[in-house]
Design a protein around this ligand. Structure first.
Ligand code: PHE
Length: 360
């Protein structure tokens, strides 16, 4: 019988040298397979005398076990190395910036609507909505603007079509977001705190006016709300929106049929070198109309004016978007020029929030 020592040396060396699992399997077959050298040697045992077998048997068995153990150990080592190699080869640097894909941008008006919604939500205002094609009752009458009132003319209203002879007054494209005050109070009653951002329409077109533009209405009704609360809310809003520590607002007495008293609100600013700064300087810029909701308006909306009172305001969104983001021409807002949109648009993934930041 072949020298066991030689067999042992041969296979242990082969096992050590096997570069992968396939090579190792070949070694296993050559040693322990059906026709493997060690298997054949074990078959030879039968031809031995009992005495010979007594020493050769245990020695062969020990060799078989040793080779087997060496095979397993090598197999485990090869598997570890393979895993190691795979981990190395497939390693990904997750801190690398992703590959940017163009997916359009958020229009500055949408961005600003999202921003102001986040700010007012933080102060407890929910979002209310109303239709853009509105009845003249909601747009005018319920807001204390009767048919003969001059404010109806000032609004440069677009009228919807009515068939000749139809006695009903035509619907209108809403001229402001104030009708949503009525709808929200009818739906929810008092107390109430809502904002209503949306499109409004007036027959007007020049550098600073478009026939369609955007407003946000604010309405807060409770027991004891006053102009002081209005002022705080507006200052708080301006500070958050313009992202400055200090703002100064100026209330100018004004007139709206649906508020009494009424005030137009200006914000202190400066224009030096064409650069707008909010909160400093000697200029004032009008940003909104406001006042205490007129008792007749509360009444029209089904809220008892003897028990409830509050304030309302209406602000031009396009205007404050231009101010905040330094956009010079209002008309460009609505021209859908892709180059303009790419320049002034916002990333769709940066959702404005008070904690995460309003704008980047
Ligand atoms: N609706 C008014 C406008 O369009 C703004 C406003 C709203 C004024 C609410 C007072 C209160 O000019």
């Amino acid at each position: 019988m072949e020298d066991l020592g030689a067999l042992r040396g041969k296979y242990l060396t082969a096992i050590k040298g096997a570069k992968d699992e396939a090579a190792l399997e070949e070694v296993r077959l050559a040693a322990l397979g059906k026709k493997g050298e060690i298997s054949l040697a074990m078959r030879e045992l039968g031809k031995m005398t009992p005495d010979e077998r007594k020493t050769a048997g245990p020695a062969l068995n020990a060799l078989k076990d040793e080779i087997d153990a060496a095979l397993r150990a090598r197999k485990a080592a090869l598997a570890d190395a393979a895993l190691e190699e795979r981990l190395r080869a497939e390693w990904l640097d997750v801190t690398l910036p992703g590959t940017p894909r163009r997916m359009g941008t958020i229009h500055p008006v949408s961005q600003v609507m999202d921003e102001l919604t986040a700010i007012f939500a933080d102060m407890g205002f929910a979002v209310a909505e109303g239709p853009q094609v509105e009845s003249d009752w909601f747009n005018f009458d319920a807001l204390n603007i009767p048919p003969e009132h001059p404010a109806r003319q000032e609004h440069d209203t677009f009228f919807m079509h009515r068939d000749a002879g139809d006695p009903r007054p035509p619907h209108v494209l809403r001229t402001h977001t104030s009708p949503v005050q009525i709808r929200a109070m009818q739906a929810q009653g008092a107390p109430i705190r809502v904002i209503a951002p949306g499109r409004v329409y007036r027959m007007d077109m020049d550098q600073t006016h478009a026939p369609m533009f955007h407003q946000v209405e604010g309405l807060a009704i409770d027991r004891t709300l006053s102009m002081a609360n209005l002022k705080w809310v507006l200052e708080e809003f301006c500070r958050a929106f313009f992202e400055v520590d200090h703002v100064e607002l100026r209330f100018r007495a004004s007139h709206f049929p649906f508020t009494e008293p009424s005030a137009e609100v200006d914000i202190r600013c400066s224009w030096t070198g064409g650069q707008l700064k909010i909160g400093e300087g000697d200029d004032w810029m009008e940003i909104l109309g406001s006042g205490m909701v007129h008792p007749k308006v509360l009444h029209a909306a089904g809220v008892d004016p003897d028990r409830w009172q509050g304030f309302a305001f209406g602000m031009g969104i396009d205007r404050i978007a231009m101010l905040k983001y330094g956009i010079p021409d209002l008309r460009a807002f609505f021209e859908s020029d892709l180059r303009w949109l790419r320049h002034y648009g916002f990333s769709a993934l940066d959702v404005p929030g008070l904690a995460s930041g309003l704008s980047r």
